[in-house]
Design a protein around this ligand. Structure first.
Ligand SMILES: Cc1cc2nc3c(=O)[nH]c(=O)nc-3n(C[C@H](O)[C@H](O)[C@H](O)COP(=O)(O)OP(=O)(O)OC[C@H]3O[C@@H](n4cnc5c(N)ncnc54)[C@H](O)[C@@H]3O)c2cc1C
Length: 397
């Protein structure tokens, strides 16, 4: 995988000067060992370092940024190797905090779904319904249309219930059922309501994928933003390193763990189910391939969606790079599978995590939650405040 040039402070290359500092630090030990250099780990490293704590942050991958890492591919196009990451939040605090480390490029993501031979806006809006059915409804009439096709569901429990009770069976079958089955390997009737509750339906012509107050991309990319977060002399970054390789040799006071919680406890209650993805990256000899940042394929092909990075990053280039996402049962853990039995299993791990006084569990994998980037930042900032007030505190929220 191609990588951007990282300054020596954020690689495990050593200069003479950093050597001395590091040796001094290692002989005295670190206040914190942070496992994982994604959003959760990097926000905590930055906060702790700026309050005077000495931090060692390790990641087993060869780069910082976790799943949000970006880099230039062989053609020189800025890509997101782990799939398109679009920043959006309603939290002023989170946006202002990250603004210390990056400038922004305003960007509102738009997604089209390929259905019945047309590319139609998703989330479903007035234009989606009019174009799909060849109608000319107004906002008021489309509300009546949804009411007329919606199915009565006594108790909304599953993802299927959520959608059919809002927009009826036909739109459910065309836009949601196939996509969900591909994405999760399960029928929507087998998944928690929370999965499709995230997808709104609109009666106006708003075709933005997100409706959040702040929608923007880091002007020079995520990796540059992470480099700025981790630039303090109080932070040492070690890449290509599993924490288990070093935890017994490098003294530290407290661990912050942002990896999978079941792996931390050696899968003692069994594996927590995750959904994974395989990414197929392609570069094309054309300036633009897709009409929008992402096109979804709910019903055709083995992939769920294809995204074109230049829409998202605003980069100008004579070529363009896209990524196809193929859902997989095995591979890197990406999406916790939201089913009641998995929540039960997680509760057992959570009890172990709560009891671990010397370790704090933060982030999407360590708390087995489907969190967006802004939610992970908010969780990490809250954890920092808690650590400052109550150093003995164990688990995050
Ligand atoms: C395909 C995809 C698209 C997404 N798109 C968006 C989006 O558009 N907008 C949005 O807001 N969010 C998006 N997200 C969610 C976003 O990626 C996460 O919210 C965020 O990256 C979570 O940060 P984290 O620090 O909790 O975890 P991660 O980024 O996963 O970081 C955890 C790190 O811990 C490291 N690690 C684990 N175990 C060990 C170990 N034993 N030793 C050392 N290191 C270890 C891992 O290598 C990893 O780098 C998307 C996620 C995926 C999978």
């Amino acid at each position: 995988m191609p990588m951007t040039d990282l300054p020596s402070a954020v690689t495990n290359e050593r200069t003479e000067q950093t050597n001395t500092t590091n040796e001094q630090q290692e002989s005295k030990g670190f206040d914190y060992l942070i496992v994982g250099a994604g959003f959760a780990g990097s926000v905590l490293a930055e906060r702790l370092a700026s309050s005077g704590q000495r931090v060692l942050i390790v990641d087993r991958r060869p780069h910082i940024g976790g799943n949000a890492y970006d880099c230039y591919d062989d053609a020189g196009v800025l890509i997101h190797p782990y799939g398109p990451h679009i920043f959006h939040t309603n939290s002023k605090d989170v946006f202002e905090y990250l603004s210390r480390f990056t400038e922004w490029r305003p960007y509102q993501h738009r997604v089209l779904a390929s259905v019945d031979g047309q590319l139609l806006p998703i989330p479903i809006n007035l234009d989606t319904v009019n174009r799909l059915y060849g109608l000319n409804l107004t906002s008021f009439q489309v509300e009546e249309f949804f009411a007329s096709v919606a199915e009565k569901v006594e108790q909304v429990r599953t993802s299927e219930d959520v959608v059919v009770s809002k927009v009826g069976r036909d739109l459910y079958n065309k836009f949601f059922r196939g996509y969900t089955r591909k994405q999760w390997g399960l029928d929507p009737s087998e998944l928690d309501a929370s999965v499709t509750a995230r997808v709104p339906t609109r009666t106006n012509r708003d075709n933005r994928y997100f409706a959040d107050t702040y929608q923007a991309m880091p002007l020079h990319g995520y990796t540059r933003m992470f480099q700025n977060m981790l630039s303090s002399p109080n932070i040492k970054v070690m890449l290509n390193t599993d924490y288990r390789e070093i935890a017994d040799f490098i003294p530290f006071q407290h661990m912050i763990y942002t990896g999978p919680v079941d792996a931390f406890f050696d899968f003692c209650y069994g594996k927590l189910p995750y959904r994974s993805l395989e990414f197929r990256h392609e570069t094309h000899d054309t300036e633009q391939l897709l009409p929008t940042g992402t096109v979804n394929y709910p019903n055709d092909y083995a992939y769920t969606r294809v995204s074109e990075f230049k829409h998202i990053t605003g980069q100008r280039h004579h070529q363009t790079s896209v990524v196809y996402e193929y859902p997989r049962a095995e591979g890197d853990p990406y999406y916790p599978v939201p089913r009641p039995e998995n929540a039960e299993l997680y509760k057992k791990y959570e009890a172990l995590a709560d009891a671990a006084q010397d370790v704090t569990f933060v982030g999407r994998l360590a708390t087995y939650r489907y969190y967006n980037m802004d939610q992970v930042v908010a969780q990490a900032l809250a954890t920092f405040r808690r650590l400052q007030g109550q150093p003995e505190q164990g688990n995050a929220e």
